[in-house]
Design a protein around this ligand. Structure first.
Ligand SMILES: [Zn+2]
Length: 86
């Protein structure tokens, strides 16, 4: 788990039993000071969430992006990685 993951698209599987849904997201930042949740995700609907990898419910895709396509970022395109803390 390192900064090279920033920009990768991911697919997360979250849901209750029988109601599993894949949510697309983008890794927008890396924070090496965190013990566990070193990566910040932006879900395409605009929500954000710190996560750690490897994770059973997060699949890192080969697809990469230069700017976050989520609902919260698309109107103000900013190149990744983002300078955010958590
Ligand atoms: Zn975003």
């Amino acid at each position: 788990m390192d900064a090279s993951l920033v920009g990768h698209r991911v697919r997360t599987l979250w849901g209750e039993d029988g109601d599993d849904v894949h949510y697309p997201a983008t890794i927008v930042a890396f924070n090496g000071k965190k013990r566990k949740y070193k990566l910040m995700l932006h879900f395409d609907d605009g929500m954000d969430e710190p996560v750690g990898l490897p994770c059973d419910t997060i699949e890192v895709l080969e697809e990469r992006v230069d700017a976050c396509p989520c609902a919260a970022c698309k109107d103000v395109p900013a190149r990744l990685p983002f300078d955010v803390s958590w």
